[in-house]
Ligand binder design. Structure first.
Ligand SMILES: Nc1ncnc2c1ncn2[C@@H]1O[C@H](COP(=O)(O)OP(=O)(O)O)[C@@H](O)[C@H]1O
Ligand SMILES: [Mg+2]
Length: 252
């Protein structure tokens, strides 16, 4: 059997809470294949963001292990882990987290600039991604000049610019109205499929996960259980061609 891209083995995480420990995750197992779409449901406070942070190498589990391509994150030296965070993982957050003093294009280029990539193609790569998420015409707008849906499209483009193998999306539509959220997810699904990056998304919204391969529910105290009650449709049934029809004017 092929080795999973990400392997989570018995992960536990607690936080101090007064004079006690709050056991957020315990015994969490998960594997994610290259290009796979995995959604995690769970009540607010159950530990979804904590889990995504661990997978992104932003924090360490108290027990268990997370392996990327067979290598434990907690055994990587700092430069290797930094490389993992900046090149293998792309983050999409609920509140977009764009830099307000930079344009859409500059925000998308930022991960490459921070990684000191100077190739002349950086601007073209960022522009092409803005085209793919349907807002190339807004390239020179600042975040304050964009709607919520447009800001999240910029953030999706930024998450992909370093060609990551895994996108971690933490309630990416949580700050958008329902229709805008669905449209942003359509674009997100198309671009994820086109680029072949795996996605792990935390969400509350069952309407968003139709195209996902695996839908799991995070239980209080940790543990991920299959969530079979949510209907889904295979991604192969839908083409990425919609993306090319996405007009710049067709944004929310
Ligand atoms: N850095 C932290 N220190 C202490 N407690 C934390 C910290 N981060 C999260 N928590 C607590 O851990 C629990 C899970 O939080 P979180 O992962 O943000 O849940 P979710 O994303 O599912 O809403 C919550 O009770 C939260 O208050
Ligand atoms: Mg959260």
């Amino acid at each position: 059997m092929a080795e999973a891209m990400i392997e989570v083995q018995g992960v536990a995480k607690s936080y101090p809470s007064g004079d006690r420990m709050l056991h957020v995750l315990s015994g969490v197992d998960l594997s994610i294949e290259a290009g796979e779409r995995v959604a995690i449901f769970g009540a607010s406070g159950v530990g979804k963001s904590t889990f995504l942070h661990l997978l992104g190498g932003l924090d360490y589990p108290d027990a268990g292990a997370i392996l990327f391509q067979g290598r434990r994150l907690d055994e990587m030296d700092e430069p290797t882990l930094a490389q993992y965070r900046s090149h293998e993982v792309g983050f999409v957050f609920q509140f977009f987290q764009l830099l307000p003093e930079f344009t859409a294009l500059e925000n998308v280029m930022m991960p490459l600039l921070i990684a000191r990539e100077h190739g002349s193609d950086i601007r073209e790569r960022a522009t092409e991604l803005l085209h793919q998420v349907g807002i190339k015409a807004r390239s020179h707008h600042f975040p304050s000049q964009l709607s919520g849906g447009e800001r999240q499209r910029v953030a999706i483009a930024r998450a992909l610019v370093s060609r990551p193998s895994l996108i971690l999306a933490d309630e990416p539509t949580g700050n958008l109205d329902v229709d805008t959220g669905l449209r942003v997810m359509e674009v997100f699904g198309d671009i994820q499929q086109r680029h072949g990056a795996a996605i792990l998304m935390a969400t509350h919204n069952a309407a968003l996960v139709k195209r996902f391969d695996k839908v799991l529910e995070m239980q209080p105290g940790g543990g991920l259980c299959p969530c079979d009650s949510i209907p889904r449709e295979p991604v192969g049934a839908r083409g990425a061609s919609r993306l090319t029809n996405e007009m710049d004017s067709d944004t929310q």
